[in-house]
Design a protein around this ligand. Sequence first.
Ligand SMILES: [Fe+2]
Length: 401
Amino acid sequence: MTDTLNLTPQEREADLNLDQLKQLVGLVEYDEKQDPFPVTGWDAIVFVVGNATQTAHYYQSAWGMELVAYSGPETGNRDHKSFVLKSGSIRFVVNGAVDPDSPLVEHHRRHGDGVVDIALEVPDVDKCVEQAKQAGATVVREAEDITDEHGTIRIAAIATYGETRHTLVDRSRYDGPYLPGYQASSSTIVKREGEPKRLFQALDHIVGNVELGKMDEWVAFYNRVMGFVNMAEFIGDDIATDYSALMSKVVANGNHRVKFPLNEPAPAKKKSQIDEYLEFYRGAGAQHLAVATNDILASVDALRANGVEFLDTPDSYYEDDELRARIGEVRVPVEELKKRGILVDRDEDGYLLQIFTKPLGDRPTVFFELIERHGSLGFGKGNFKALFEAIEREQDRRGNL
Ligand SMILES: [Fe+2]
């Protein structure tokens, strides 16, 4: 079974090893041959934004990502600009319309800045498409080869929640910087002296917010169509504050590189953060991207210095006896966490450190999480309440609670 646990080319390029990945993202061994829809890992997270030129600059200047490829009018793409950015094994693609009649304009009008495509690397695109069709999924792009001087990519796409899709990519016969049509490019931003080489190494999970009553349908979709397995689940009171509640279940691919918590709002006294998201994104969509770091303190310090804003954690979080007991012994003094607002959660396997940013764009929709795992394969269940109360304070300031 160990033969299926190999580094992806992106991970190899990022100098990651399997032990690091087991720690960073909870990678596990599994038998790929038994999998009806084998997924190797993440390929790219594709955003549509109102201004790709400036968003690409932000991810480089604030988040330390590196520009690796570009497509736009200068390369023959008159519809939109597309910047491909990397940090460790993560690839982000940010697209923004150039042509006023580009379909991206209407997409952006409806949803604002957000994730349109969670592209996955698969060893056999045709096998996945066949399985998806048999299981009743919507294939939005039939399997095809696309070729340029760097080789050939096999690609297809299936629909998931909202207007989000999973592009399925086999790049084993391709050595270009991203996809045919893209040219290699590099950052013009010079890192400041002493700045870490990168602020995060890998992608841990992406949370999807779906409409009330739809969570189980989407869990079943990932089980039935993509052979994903169920992980920890949180229901009802687990994640309820006095005002709002949500339900969440987690699915993962066989090797656990790809983890999708799925949230739906739960009835409560006031509007939950999930309802707020659904209203402003105009439907289901990706809520947060959790990026894994092996030094969350240094990452948070660098990001704050670059102007990235995080949710505040009340001092009471660190002073509360019950919470303090749950935090227990971690790799740094609790004071260091408190100074930075970093949260701790612990379960039978170990602990994790995490922190959440404020929304990245103008609408209160997509945001980031930083996560540093130490054995725990959870998602911060114990922090949900403290976190939601912090989010609610922000919602209240926006007049949306
Ligand atoms: Fe998360």
